[in-house]
Design a protein around this ligand. Structure first.
Ligand code: ZN
Length: 229
């Protein structure tokens, strides 16, 4: 893979995570607001529900991401510690192991041994981490960054239906929030598909369908509460 392509693929990873986070923000907050509005409450209650949904959703996304990436980071750290120990106690077989990896990648045995020797002389742990464990400095798990990115992308997504709810006339609150949120979802779905190299229309339709279903269900449940209250 050429150097430029590598950077592109790591950017794609982040972009996809951000788009998915924003999708969650739009779907959950718009549905929440529509459900509360369908229960016959005023704009104040709808906006309070929306803000509460934004904060709760962003925090739960951050917590979930932090926990999952932290456990990945824990695994990496313990793998590296074990590797460091093996290099201290049995450097000969570690050398053979690395040479075998390079042979498996197509180097002839003499060259593989030489490459392993030089790379281990330069940075033994780095060479084993990268070529044996698949851990490179660039790809190290970063729980805080991942949690922050996840919370911010959710909050940005959630801010869209909230903004619409704040300016739409009371009579058009539900259709306004629903229609514009679905439009944003279709846009994001199309972007995620394009970035991932998938058909744009399929990507847009898929997320719009599930978004519409979520909003319809919460509107139904909200209207039930409206009837009961
Ligand atoms: Zn090793």
């Amino acid at each position: 893979m050429r150097h430029g392509e590598w950077h592109k693929s790591s950017r794609i990873g982040w972009l996809r995570a951000a788009v998915l986070g924003a999708n969650d923000g739009i779907v959950s907050t718009a549905s929440l607001m529509i459900g509360v509005a369908a229960a016959g409450t005023g704009r104040g209650a709808v906006l309070i529900a929306g803000v509460a949904g934004l904060v709760a959703g962003a925090m739960s996304m951050a917590a979930g991401e932090y926990v999952s990436v932290s456990s990945q980071s824990d695994t990496e750290t313990s793998d590296l510690a074990r590797e460091r120990k093996e290099l201290e106690t049995d450097v000969e077989s570690e050398h053979r192991e690395l040479a075998a990896i390079y042979e498996g990648r197509g180097l002839d045995p003499a060259l593989a041994t030489q490459v392993a020797q030089q790379l281990m002389a330069h940075d033994a742990l780095g060479a084993h981490a990268r070529d044996e464990l698949g851990i490179s400095e660039f790809l190290r798990a970063r729980p805080i960054q991942a949690a922050l990115a996840s919370a911010v992308s959710f909050a940005v997504g959630a801010a869209l239906p909230l903004g619409i709810g704040a300016v739409a006339p009371q009579s058009a609150l539900v259709p306004g929030v629903a229609a514009l949120s679905l439009l944003f979802l279709a846009l994001l779905g199309g972007i995620a598909a394009k970035v991932g190299g998938a058909p744009i229309a399929t990507g847009a339709m898929r997320v719009t369908f599930w978004g519409a279903l979520a909003m319809a269900l919460t509107a139904f449940v909200g209207s039930l509460f409206g009837v009961i209250a």
